[in-house]
Write a protein that binds this ligand. Sequence first.
Ligand SMILES: Nc1nc2c(ncn2[C@@H]2O[C@H](COP(=O)(O)OP(=O)(O)O)[C@@H](O)[C@H]2O)c(=O)[nH]1
Ligand SMILES: [Mg+2]
Length: 375
Amino acid sequence: MAKIAIIGTEGAGKTVFLSVLAMRCRSPASGQAWLEWKTKETQDHVAHAWDTLQNQDWPPSTPTGTFRRLEWTLHTSDGKSHSLRVFDPAGQDIRAIFESAEPDLTKSQKELREALNEADVVLFLVNLREVIDAPTQRRKDQVEIPLKLAVDFVCQRGVPTLLVLTQYDSYADLLPDPETSKKDPRIYAVARYLPQLFGLLSTKEAASSSKVDLHAVAAVSETVPIMDDAGKTHRRPKKDFKSEGLIEVLDWIKDAVTRVAQRLKANYYLYGNDGKEYGPYSVEKIWQYVGENYINAKTSIRSDKNSPWEFLGNVPEFRSIKPSLPELMQQPVLPSAPAPSELSGCIWRIVQFVIFIWVSGMIGGWISTCSSGKH
Ligand SMILES: Nc1nc2c(ncn2[C@@H]2O[C@H](COP(=O)(O)OP(=O)(O)O)[C@@H](O)[C@H]2O)c(=O)[nH]1
Ligand SMILES: [Mg+2]
């Protein structure tokens, strides 16, 4: 099962995005991935939010401490299916896990942090309107800093990460017009309003070592002004509103989940202290050995017999393994040649022994030559 975390501060648009995505993509359309709900909680949650939107209102904001786990089966056009577990937490709790010290976290915030640590795919949702409208730099930072900390935290683990600009309909007119400008308005938007995150984008314009993909969505792309009982006007979903960008995000999720599934199937080989190669082992088995302290971040590993050796702690899926202090003090050396099999290991030891005899013979000969020269 691929675990997907949907992260964003309060009001980013997580609940609306997820509900509209699930409702718009709930049946097979030609050549597209689609979502089938797996639990009653998922179906109830989505249907309730969808009905509210159809009645031209917004679903209520997720109360702090609520940490919904929603489950779908993602069907892909090639007939494959993947189980998805999606976390839709309250924005305040996400902010708290990056801004508060460990002892101050509530039980559900600790659970949320654990879920973030274990997620296989992460979507960060951000409503740029919050930054655009922020009256002071401090308010802007309150949106950008927790987001940057969370993205950095996830990037360190090397999991597929997507930055989703939500509610795109409400600020698209402030960005360069894609028809007349050469600039991609989404990239421009991140550079202009979230400069700390810009360097992490995996685009040609941004830093090349980056890892975060970018999409923009408007789950509800059409709104109309509606007056409330107090005579105040609010923008509400238009009847039979349209959406933009959802299919692209689902496609990205499908690719990310497919990569995760391939990775989970991958086999790894380990280089033992005895100079022998062991394996193949599944990802689960490697984690089991880590848990049993049988191997650690400095163990040499490779994903097939022809790949170069790497330290376990440098492989993206195992990056969250922290080296312990004694490991950090060791000076491990990666095997440079392919690990010898048992037989070739034996031959190699004979060769080493012969070289040793030959070298010591030469030195011995040289010493005796020198000493004979002195006399
Ligand atoms: N125009 C527009 N507004 C949206 C959209 N999605 C969310 N919103 C607004 O953002 C508010 C918060 O959305 P919600 O999904 O509850 O945010 P969450 O706290 O991240 O779950 C909603 O009440 C709407 O006012 C959208 O696609 N378009
Ligand atoms: Mg919500």
